[in-house]
Structures are given as structure tokens and as C-alpha cells.
Design a binder for this molecule. Structure first.
Ligand SMILES: [Zn+2]
Ligand SMILES: [Zn+2]
Length: 233
């Protein structure tokens, strides 16, 4: 009898073994779902890891607090649907899939990095209460388990007030840096003589402002080299 774990984590069909270049996904997806994945294997933008020419990074001036970012997949309509369903259901069996995809991206882009730990972008306590889980944390935990890298809870996200959400883009970017604080339960691990190398995980990289705000919050506590790793870009 085929074990339950060999069901496709997206559609429930018969999962296939890993293929060359995709060993991480062994037993997690059926052939049809596997074909839908738009991997970003060759980033065009060195900074943010985008798979095509990137006007965002050309426009952005000055330091952003992180070294670079890389993503597993392009954020196509299919990938949007996968993530939306995962965020809605919070299915633990899907965390395994998303984490496996992140682990694949790590091996592809950060193989020689030797980070001290993997961190993740937090949600507010209210959001956690409402949804019951933080998808970035779940993906980070699964990727860390697969890669043998510890996952540290480094950041806390403060609640945004209504007046803040009405501000213009420049003001929002400034306030964004105050929204995160390096006071998570493992934040004391940042203290110490040696600068740490960290991977910071999020589900989607859109403008890079979230990653920049988190990196700024960590830098306010300790000198670190921070590399973004997101599921989609
Ligand atoms: Zn499937
Ligand atoms: Zn870019």
C-alpha cells in the first residue's frame, strides 16, 4: 500500500520521486504540479535575485542592510494560488513542501555561505493569534531541519497604527524600520564578539523593504551579514 506521505501536497495525486536537480521534492509533488514550478535558477539581478531585469534595484540607492536576496520561484499566478491556499489552511504537510523548496534554493544559491543561523520575518502577535501560524517561520523551520542549520527566533513585529498606514511611501519606509525589533526569544544569540552571518527567510520578496527593515532592526543590536531567502520573487 502506498503510504499517505506519498500524496502530492498540492492536489493529492500520486507523488513522484525526486529528479535530477530536484531531489528535495522527492515524494512531495505529482508530475503535473511539479511542472508548474517556475524556479529561479539563474538570477539576473545579483542584488535581489530576480529572474529578469530589475528596475527596482537600479532605482534603489544606498545600503539596504542586507547583502543580497535569493528566491526559489517566480511569483506566477500558480505560485500565488499555492501560497494563498497554504496561508489560508496552514496545512503542516504543505510546510514540508514550501520548506523543501526553500532548501533547494539555499543549496542552489548559498551553498558556500556557512551561516550561523536562519531567521525569519515575524508577524504581529495579533496576526499570529488570528492565523495560528507564521508561514515564514514554518518554512524556515523545515528548511533549517533539512539543511542542518539552526533556526533562531530573532525578531518581533510591532503592531502598525492606523495613522501609520496613511503615510506616504517615504514615511512608510522610515516607520517600517521601527516596526521590527531584534528582541525575539533567541535574540541574545546575536550578542557576542563575532559578527554573525544570517539567512533571513520570508514568503515573498516584493520591494525588499521588509527585508531591509528587518536587517536594520538586527543591525541596531549586532553587526551581522544578512542574506535574504524567500520562497517567491
Ligand atoms: Zn499535484
Ligand atoms: Zn533586483
Amino acid at each position: 500500500m502506498r503510504p499517505r506521505s506519498a500524496a502530492c501536497r498540492i492536489c493529492g495525486g500520486a507523488a513522484i520521486p525526486g529528479e535530477s536537480g530536484c531531489e528535495e521534492l522527492a515524494g512531495l509533488l505529482c508530475r503535473n504540479c511539479r511542472r508548474l514550478i517556475p524556479w529561479i535558477d539563474e538570477p539576473v539581478c545579483f542584488r535581489c535575485g530576480r529572474g529578469e531585469t530589475c528596475p527596482d534595484c537600479v532605482r534603489a540607492h544606498g545600503p539596504r542592510g542586507y547583502e543580497m536576496s535569493r528566491s526559489a520561484v517566480r511569483y506566477t499566478p500558480e505560485m500565488k494560488a499555492w501560497l494563498a491556499r497554504y496561508k489560508y489552511r496552514g496545512d503542516e504537510r504543505q510546510s514540508v513542501l514550501f520548506g523543501a523548496m526553500l532548501a533547494r534554493a539555499y543549496r542552489r544559491h548559498y551553498r558556500d555561505l556557512r551561516p550561523d543561523a536562519i531567521g525569519f520575518v515575524p508577524v504581529t502577535a495579533e496576526r499570529l493569534e488570528e492565523r495560528g501560524f507564521n508561514q515564514a517561520e514554518r518554512m524556515a523551520m523545515e528548511a533549517g531541519r533539512r539543511l542542518g542549520i539552526p533556526v533562531w527566533n530573532l525578531l518581533v513585529r510591532h503592531r502598525q497604527t492606523d495613522s501609520q498606514s496613511r503615510k506616504n511611501r517615504r514615511e512608510r519606509l522610515r516607520i517600517g524600520a521601527d516596526m521590527y525589533e531584534a528582541s525575539g526569544t533567541d535574540a541574545s544569540r546575536l550578542d557576542g564578539p563575532r559578527p554573525k552571518t544570517l539567512i533571513l527567510v520570508d514568503d515573498v520578496y516584493t520591494t525588499g523593504s521588509t527585508l531591509a527593515a528587518c536587517a536594520t532592526a538586527i543591525a541596531a543590536r549586532a553587526a551581522c551579514r544578512i542574506y535574504g531567502l524567500t520562497w517567491a520573487r
